[in-house]
Design a binder for this molecule. Sequence first.
Ligand code: PRP
Length: 188
Amino acid sequence: MDMRDEILEILVSTEEIQKRTTELGQQIGHDYDGRNPLMICILRGAVVFLSDLIRSVPIHVMVDFMGVSSYGGTNLDSTGVIKITRDVDANVAHRDIIIVEDIVDTGLTMKALVDLMKTRGPGSIEICTFLSKPQRRKVDVDIKYCGFEIPNKFVIGYGLDYDENYRNLPFVGVLKPEVYEKRKEEKG
Ligand code: PRP
């Protein structure tokens, strides 16, 4: 079965994503010229965005990965208390850090991440997120690079999942309501 049959609406198309990631890559290249920033990808959702983004950055960058989960969180809501499931290998002290996320929703995860990174003495920290849902924000986060601001809808694709599925869709979409019903029935 083609996953596309399960999509109600496409919110951000493949073409729009390509155009915007190219713009962001150019902008990062311009802003960090001569500085070799460390781009930290937050697993798992941001891997798709990161892999497109870095190929649009024309300067030297380094890449590392961090796994984060939200204590007591659900698929819909995080708590702001994060558990590092995989830490970066790099020493971030004095480095120019760019945290790369798939989505900033309440902002709680990103705030906790930035606070943690600050304790490690980086040279600078900026945020680059593929998506942002400003209407859902509970804490202020200063996003320097944002792909798209989207309305408060549950979105999947281009790295974002529902129950670990749909990350491999090449666009951002909204699922048909019956998909949730069917999955709940399957899980009992
Ligand atoms: C998502 C996203 C952020 C967080 C944002 O992660 O990647 O880390 O939620 O939510 P917040 O702004 O409300 O804190 P998720 O737990 O879905 O993990 P995943 O990237 O592995 O899918």
